[in-house]
Ligand binder design. Structure first.
Ligand code: C5J
Length: 224
């Protein structure tokens, strides 16, 4: 593999050193993707997220072939809810709250079936899994330290949902100096219009938070 590759992206193509680049897959968990989980308890149509699975799987396979650092994140809380702010648990009018028992175990709790990453994207033993209590991957996690340890400067970001955990993580990363390239078809939202706007916000104003590309462009750049 050449050390660098150029990805067709908006607002402009970007050349990355692959040895300083990580693939970051955000929250592809059963709790968001499947009926009976956190996403559905909030009243969302979880079928809206399925479209991101195949593009992520394709990029994940290419990243594994290339020997790229792969990081998966999971949103969730400790069983005693000590890391779940009451303001988060109490919010809205869900059918089940965080910590309540649902068909995939306790909602959004670490160790429960719903907290698992979907089988199509199961992490390898060698890959990093970051458990996060918030929407962003940096808040109250070891994510930043791990990126520094591996000398990472660039993030290829995908996952769910576009406007919540993907956008929050990209904004956190951008402020910390990382180049973020978001894979449009590898992200999804319960609200298609939020997906579109979430991507537009990233690439607007000359790429104020980062770049937006698609899975085919990433695979092509890696293959080159
Ligand atoms: C949400 C997430 N939507 N992973 N979490 O609550 O985007």
């Amino acid at each position: 593999m050449a050390n660098t590759g150029t990805i067709t992206a908006e607002p402009a193509p970007i050349t990355l050193d692959w040895s300083k680049t990580a693939l970051v897959i955000i929250d592809m968990q059963r709790d968001f993707m499947e009926p009976g989980g956190f996403g559905e308890t909030l009243g969302n149509d979880v079928s809206q997220l399925a479209r991101a699975v195949q593009p992520i799987a394709a990029v994940l396979a290419a990243a594994r072939d290339a020997g790229m650092l792969v990081v998966h994140t999971r949103e969730g809380h400790l069983p005693d809810l000590s890391d779940a702010p009451p303001a988060k648990v109490e919010r809205g009018a869900p059918s089940l709250r965080i910590g309540d028992s649902g068909p995939m175990g306790r909602i959004l709790i670490r160790g429960e079936a719903g907290h698992d990453i979907i089988p199509e994207l199961t992490p390898l033993e060698s890959e990093i899994v970051i458990d996060k209590p918030g929407k962003g991957a940096f808040y109250a996690t070891e994510f930043g330290d791990i990126l520094q340890k591996y000398g990472i400067e660039n993030l290829l970001v995908c996952g769910v949902t576009t406007e919540v955990c993907v956008n929050t993580t990209v904004r956190e990363a951008n402020d910390r100096g990382y180049r973020c390239v978001v894979i449009s078809d590898g992200c999804a939202s319960y609200f298609p219009e939020f997906h579109e706007m979430g991507l537009k916000m990233i690439k607007a104003q000359g790429g104020i938070f980062g770049w937006v590309t698609d899975s085919a462009a990433v695979r092509e750049a890696l293959a080159d």
